[in-house]
Write a protein that binds this ligand. Sequence first.
Ligand code: SF4
Length: 373
Amino acid sequence: MAVSIELLKYPFSVEARSAVQRMANDVGSLITILKEPGNNDLVEEAEERVYAAITQSEIKVPEIDRDEALLVYQAARLIVEKVCLNLNRPGLRSIQAEAESKAVNKHLSSERDRVVRSLCTDSLGWQIESTGTTIERSRLPLSLRSFEYRIRFEDFLEVAPSFRSMRWKLINRHLDAGWVPIRKSELHRLMSGKFKKLIIQSEIRVPTLPRRLTEAVQRFESEMETRRKEREPTEYTDESVSAFPPCISQLHQDSINQKNVPHFGRFAMAAFFFKIGMGKDEMMKIFRAAPDFIQSLASYQIDHIKGKEYEPPKCKTMQDRGLCPVALRTAFDSLCIYILHPVQFYETRSWENSKGITDHSWYARKRTRRQNF
Ligand code: SF4
């Protein structure tokens, strides 16, 4: 019999968990099922699911037309747990959790109200209530009309503090006798956030895996290893410095000459350096020369910029902030006319350096003019 699509979309639902329990009540029996040659398709789909999670592509609902399709998510969790253990990279679980949570959020966005409410109450144990139809809500104060639900504040607080935006702080919410009004999309975010939390907290003790799963784990490990190598910091050499655009070059010089660099300048430099692959240690060496250098603060700021994967500011922003020496007419490089971003400058100049090209007249022939100074 084909399994219900809801169970496949929401692996945290009480129905999905009960169905899985009936088929495999522990990791050992799950592995026994996955070992059967007739279930190779489950492992294949699980591998695809893990790959989608790691590459941040869309996680699809399994297309296997039998109850065992529910074990695809379980098998994907097993693969990731084994890789976390083998590579000593527990962070992979968070990456998988983030991707799985995004998939759930997407499913919820087109889900029927009845299913959403049942997931909240029966599967997550939350108390939620509808705030009425659009007509009924039109009688509420204007500031409350767009909230389709209310949720108990203790359930709201289970997940909301893990979100960064200020709108998730309880202090910024309307609170009425312990109930927090919430929009439909916010409820979906809380639900998928709870699923993410459940995955992060669910460490699995994975025993030795059968051959087919071990092969999947090995393929995945080698993929992770390739990605790690690709991301390894590039060496910071005189050649890379010579490819810096005038703006970064100026900030870099000011830093090593112990001049005060404005906060935005430091941010622009750090984001640029990460983008071109410079490691944190190299960056700390540059920032260390600043007169107001505080090791712990600089380290925190660098980690923060890296963690959030901030994009380095484009030329327009640098100019608005008074950090473009070409616009200020204190420096000039003709390449700046043909780019819109300091990283584009760096990529082109690095390529020229690698080919020994010193004649820049080709810009005018091959490139479109992008900026006027
Ligand atoms: S034009 Fe862009 S790349 Fe060139 S110095 Fe100004 S901000 Fe930097």
